[in-house]
Design a protein around this ligand. Structure first.
Ligand code: ATP
Length: 593
């Protein structure tokens, strides 16, 4: 960057000097171009100066000169223009920035009187000229710094607008200082409008006040922004802008809740998307359940999956979600039995900041909110404490949740799939599970049959699980021999597919050849006692309970058909009149869709 960039400043300075000391002034830059001049030099601004002239030599050497008798000085003798030179005398001085010569400033006498003036005041003029050279170089530095700041501002703007989050910088009164494009989009506002707003308009007065307590540092603070019809729910982080412990304001970084949820979804469930094809089993009974589940995936009604432990209830829940039009939103599983009772409520519904001692700053979004637009899988629902059952029932009825310590009801859009390996109807009878909640979640019942009731599936399952295990353990076992398969067929599989999966893994570890044999199997499978008493651990179900359950199943299954009762009666093999009588007798609710 050269003197040319501040040419008009340099011209002003030159004219000021000329008017005071009554001699002409000219300035040449380090590319030998005249960039300023007074008197006869004014017309010559822009011309190229001879590199062998006094000014040329001053630039090259970085030294000043005093020419008392123009034409006789050693430098003049080298100059090709010397014979036409009209100058009587001159004083020139280099202009330096950080020791680099950026030009030269000179005073020129064109008459005797001016020459006397220069020679008379020689030392004062040189001092004065040096000061003027410093003034010009500081102007140039100033310009350089201004350009640097402008570049920095531009770079900052580009950086801010490349960030995928809304950013607002505010002063300590909350007035907006800076924003990025994403913030305008997020809050659906314009450049003009946002500069008249205050951060309190976005996060609320109370939150802004509490920031001072937190020393302007908050992580994942929650906010709800409402402007006419527009509602935005999200979280924000803050960072103070401070220099030497003095605060100049705060930077807010905003994210939309649904964007965060999508990221959570991509990370947590994206990799374990489950397809119905991954649920292995060709038996008639199993094919029917898969068909029911596929149909159920297209609806938004609540599903209750019942089946013994290890039958694949979670697998079904996942497949239902990933087969539904909610596939792009999260699948959020929560095991109601694995979470301590006191924590389950906050895990499900979240809490507001300060709701209880130890509550996280900024509060917490519960699983229901995290599942927005997607599916929540309430595993082991039979273990949910009664007081939470009441709250869950309200949530399902009103489609709203209220956080612990919260004042507002938040609308939710979540599909509920529940599962249990307990006999929920029995729990209802025993008063351990709310009947109304049971009906509410049992809109579409799915009963996953235990493995011992579909033994023909063992062949395909063994093949599938063996190849899965070979990949996991880097083995190449080809098959299970007939004798070992026979043992599988006679075992009662209390742990269902999970137990079969573990058995295969055990055998693959033990096997020394390419075929799994009887000796490779766990001892418990070979023990005759257990294998000969397949139903030893099964509970006997009263006929009335069985009948009620099958009627409920049939009524729910055909609930979205026009001829629902007629079709349910036909499937059950009883007349419509008998079905009506039984529905009344067992107090079964008919929900038509
Ligand atoms: N039909 C199936 N095809 C392939 N794998 C299956 C099948 N059923 C279950 N599995 C596998 O068995 C294991 C247990 O399945 P899952 O966790 O879905 O069972 P669950 O019924 O939810 O069990 P629990 O009641 O104990 O929670 C998983 O590794 C699952 O992949």
């Amino acid at each position: 960057m050269g003197l040319m960039t501040i040419a008009s400043n340099v011209q002003n300075i030159s004219e000021a000097i000329a008017s005071v000391i009554k001699v002409d002034v000219t300035v040449v830059d380090n590319e030998y171009k005249r960039i300023a001049g007074t008197g006869s030099y004014r017309e010559r601004i822009g011309e190229e100066v001879n590199q062998n002239s006094v000014f040329g030599v001053a630039i090259k050497k970085g030294e000043g000169f005093i020419i008392e008798n123009a034409g006789q000085h050693a430098v003049c003798l080298q100059c090709v223009d010397a014979k036409d030179c009209k100058e009587y005398a001159e004083v020139c001085c280099p202009i330096k920035v950080n020791n680099e010569v950026v030009g030269v400033i000179g005073l020129i006498a064109f008459e005797e009187k001016q020459r006397d003036e220069i020679l008379h005041n020689q030392s004062n003029l040189i001092k004065f000229l040096n000061k003027m050279a410093d003034l010009i170089s500081s102007k140039l530095l100033e310009q350089k710094n201004t350009d640097k700041i402008q570049l920095l501002v531009k770079e900052l703007e580009v950086v801010l607008n490349s960030v995928d989050k809304g950013i607002l910088a505010v002063d300590d009164k909350g007035r907006i200082l800076r924003y990025n494009e994403r913030a305008l989009k997020l809050f659906q506002t314009s450049e003009k409008e946002i500069m008249h707003k205050n951060i309190k308009d976005f996060i609320g007065m109370a939150t802004f006040r509490s920031l001072a307590k937190e020393k302007y540092k908050i992580k994942n603070g929650e906010f709800v922004y409402k402007n006419k019809e527009y509602h935005l729910r999200g979280v924000f982080d803050t960072n103070p802008i401070s220099i030497d412990h003095e605060s100049f304001g705060i930077v807010f970084v905003f994210s939309k809740l649904s964007d965060i949820l999508n990221t959570v979804n991509d990370i947590t469930t994206g990799t374990i998307a489950t397809d119905f094809d991954e649920i292995i089993g060709d038996s008639l009974i199993f094919r029917e359940v898969k068909l029911e589940a596929k149909k159920a995936s297209q609806s938004t009604s609540t599903i209750l999956i019942q089946g013994e432990s290890g039958t694949g209830k979670e697998l079904f829940a996942r497949a239902i979600h990933f087969h539904s039009d909610r596939v792009k939103a999260p699948f959020i599983p929560i095991n109601c039995a694995a979470i301590p009772e006191q924590l389950l409520e906050s895990e499900l519904f979240g809490y507001e900041e300060g709701a209880f001692t130890g509550a996280k700053r900024g509060g917490k979004a519960g699983k229901f909110l995290l599942a927005t637009g997607g599916t929540i899988f309430l595993d082991e629902i039979g273990d949910m404490p009664l007081h939470l059952q009441t709250k869950l029932l309200r949530v399902l009825q009103e489609q709203m949740i209220e956080k612990i310590g919260g004042k507002e009801l938040i609308p939710i859009d979540v599909r509920v799939v529940a599962a249990t390996n307990q006999d929920l109807e029995r729990k209802v009878l025993e008063g351990e599970f709310r009947q109304d909640l049971f009906y509410r979640i049992n809109v579409i019942p799915l009963q996953i049959p235990p493995l011992r009731e579909r033994k023909e599936d063992i062949f395909t399952l063994v093949e599938y699980l063996l190849s899965k295990c070979n990949i996991k353990l880097r083995k190449h076992i080809k098959e299970v021999d007939p004798q070992a398969l026979d043992i599988f067929m006679h075992y009662h599989w209390p742990g269902n597919v999970r137990e079969l999966e573990n058995t295969i893994e055990y055998a693959v570890n033990m096997c020394n050849s390419s075929v799994i044999k009887k000796e490779d199997l766990p001892k418990r499978l070979i023990s005759r006692d257990i294998s000969l008493s397949p139903f030893k651990q099964e509970r006997i179900i009263p006929i009335r309970d069985l009948e009620k359950r099958e009627i409920q199943k049939a009524v729910a299954y055909y609930s979205n058909r026009k001829q629902n009762i007629a079709e349910a009666a036909e499937a059950l093999g009883i007349s419509r009149a008998t079905l009506y009588r039984k529905i009344k007798e067992y107090d079964i609710k008919i929900v038509s869709k």
